[in-house]
Design a protein around this ligand. Structure first.
Ligand code: PLP
Length: 388
């Protein structure tokens, strides 16, 4: 007999780590599988963590986050969106991923129903699965101009017991960026029905048109059913630091602090100090990364998109290409054999929600040279691969 609850019994490793973990760190592989670039966190952020350690910041701190970091996040969001957020609504439990798990656990339980806008990063559906709620996927549509969510598809999927919906814009893996007017329409819909929007805005600075993606925070009232999760990993090249934040509706501070306390008891204090430095001194680095990613996107569009087997429109945000490969029957077989034969690491499409078996995901946040080599190997492989 299993020791596990039913929801955990069927929990499976996602397809990205299934392919990547056996060869993680192998220098012969060009790794385009995980959601990170090849630049380490810049010195000015690392130095802030080092000096916080030297100052003895090694103790427990407030489980909802250090007040100075929460104030810095508030200032940062106020500046980006032209709002006046109450810092009491900001919580720093640990990583962005932890924030997503907490948001799912806070809003969903057995007997409830949730919705996930897909294609989606696979850890999202696993976080939903662990709540015991039932959930459905609502798929974005591919159109000649790119991926788009048809809001009526989402509305049609809502049931009387729907309690929460998850969406990620800019989107991993599609690059879809939800326009502000659609955010407004969705928020109006959810307000009336008490459905909580869990908005994952972790790629908000990874946009190619403008400086920041439209945010639900720009349009929401403090008591709207909205939880925004965000973090430092993608904007500041801080994936290993495990630092993120949540913005919750007014009035839930006590429950959030209690949940944060029994999740990770907050993020480590010296890492939070590095977060303050990133937010207050990181703007030119954010812009530098954006130009690097823009060049990566350009290379993908130039080298991969014209291939006759590839269907790919230019992603508007995040740092992934999620092409459809015409005639592909197994995304796992394709990426595993590409890895074995050409030493290029991709993520298989099947793991990003239903309907993606003929896709793969490629992270283009890489140095130009390595990306160019990887793309030419993928192109060669498209010629060699037996599509059956
Ligand atoms: C859509 C999405 N949300 C959340 C996360 C988690 O971010 P973090 O590493 O900051 O926990 C990722 C990481 O890849 C992601 O792609």
């Amino acid at each position: 007999m299993s020791i596990l609850r039913r929801e955990f019994e069927s929990l499976r490793q996602n397809g990205i780590t299934k392919v990547g973990l056996p060869r993680i760190g192998d220098p012969s592989v060009i790794p385009l599988w995980f959601g990170e670039g090849d630049l380490p966190t810049p010195d000015f952020i690392r130095d802030a963590a080092k000096s916080a350690l030297d100052d003895g910041l090694t103790f427990y701190n407030h489980p909802a986050g250090r007040p100075d970091l929460r104030a810095a996040i508030k200032d940062y969001l106020d500046r980006l969106y032209g709002i006046e957020l109450d810092a009491g609504r900001v919580v720093v439990p640990g990583s962005t991923m932890l924030g997503i798990s907490m948001a799912a656990r806070m809003t969903l339980g057995s007997g409830d129903h949730g919705l996930i806008v897909s294609p989606n990063w696979p850890n999202i559906d696993r976080a939903f699965q662990m709540t015991g709620a039932r959930f459905d996927f609502v798929r974005q549509r591919i159109e000649p101009q790119g991926w788009r969510l048809e809001l009526d598809d989402l509305f049609a999927a809502v049931r009387p017991e729907t309690k929460a919906l998850f969406l990620n814009s800019p989107c991993n893996p599609t690059g879809w960026v939800m326009p502000g007017d659609e955010q407004r329409r969705l928020l109006d819909f959810c307000r009336g029905r008490g459905i909580v929007i869990i908005a994952d805005e972790v790629y908000h600075r990874n946009v190619f048109d403008g400086d920041v993606a439209p945010s639900f925070l720009s349009i929401a009232e403090p008591d709207d059913p909205l939880i925004v999760v965000n973090g430092f990993s993608k904007a500041f090249a801080m994936t290993g630091w495990r630092l993120g934040w949540m913005v919750i509706p007014a009035g839930y501070g006590e429950q959030m602090t209690a949940l944060s306390e029994c999740s990770n008891t907050g993020a480590p204090p010296f890492i939070q100090m590095a977060g303050i430095t990133a937010l207050t001194q990181g703007e030119s680095f954010v812009r530098e990364l954006r130009e690097r990613y823009r060049a990566g996107r350009g290379l993908v569009m130039q080298m991969l998109a014209p291939h006759p087997r590839i269907e790919l429109s230019e992603p508007a945000g995040a740092f992934y290409a999620f092409p459809r490969v015409r005639g592909l029957r197994s995304s796992l077989d394709f990426v595993q054999s590409l890895l074995a034969e050409k030493n290029v690491g991709l993520a298989p499409g099947f793991t990003f929600g239903p309907g993606n078996e003929d896709h793969f995901r490629l992270c283009f946040a890489q140095s130009h040279e390595r990306l160019e080599t990887a793309l030419s190997r993928i192109r060669d492989y498209l010629e060699d691969y037996d599509f059956g």
